[in-house]
Design a binder for this molecule. Structure first.
Ligand code: SF4
Length: 181
């Protein structure tokens, strides 16, 4: 009888989807991967909530209340949780806003800056996720089991890391795969 497939979930929080694009750089290796794993919530599927999973890959840091909710759902459901990419590991590019008060940023973007129509209203629809004052790396919110740095980590690095986890081994990145940029 074939071994049961492991369940893997992935999500992009305060990220740019670049880590997920890098994941897709594993190209044709996606086919043998699908022999071993089944995707739960992920941009690859249309599943809206993370169910019980073996491995969860988190792209992006935490910039709003919805990110916190989704991250906690992943932590509650995933046996192994991986911070994938610089934004998840340390806040990355979005955390550059931490140097400024949130109210100043909203004023600049929506009311006084040049990016949007000057004088437009700061969005406050209750449907919108509440922004946090600071952008946080994911380990400040929940326990993270592994960290995979890089902006983004290469497809080869993600492939190697994931294969080690699937094989039940401590993930190690060989020469050339571990980088922080
Ligand atoms: S680590 Fe880089 S590629 Fe990944 S989500 Fe952040 S900015 Fe995008």
């Amino acid at each position: 009888m074939a071994a049961a497939k492991l369940k893997v979930a992935t999500v992009s929080l305060a990220g740019c989807f670049g880590c997920h694009m890098s994941f897709l750089d594993i190209d044709e290796r996606l086919l043998p991967l699908l022999e071993l794993v089944e995707f739960d919530r992920s941009p690859i599927t249309d599943i809206k909530h993370c169910g019980p999973c073996d491995i969860g890959l988190i792209e992006g840091g935490i910039c709003n209340a919805e990110n916190v909710h989704v991250l906690r759902e992943f932590r509650d459901n995933c046996k192994i949780l991986v911070a994938m990419g610089a934004c998840a590991v340390n806040g990355g590019l979005p955390a550059q806003r931490n140097h400024l008060p949130l109210s100043d940023i909203l004023q600049e973007v929506y009311r006084t800056g040049h990016g949007l129509a000057p004088g437009s209203r700061i969005p406050n629809d209750p449907e919108l996720p509440l922004p946090l004052n600071q952008v946080h790396p994911v380990h400040e919110i929940v326990k993270i089991d592994y960290f995979l740095p890089g902006c983004p980590p290469s497809g080869d690095a993600i492939w190697s890391f994931l294969n080690d986890l699937i094989a039940g081994k401590e993930p190690t990145l060989g020469h050339g795969l571990l980088h922080y940029d």
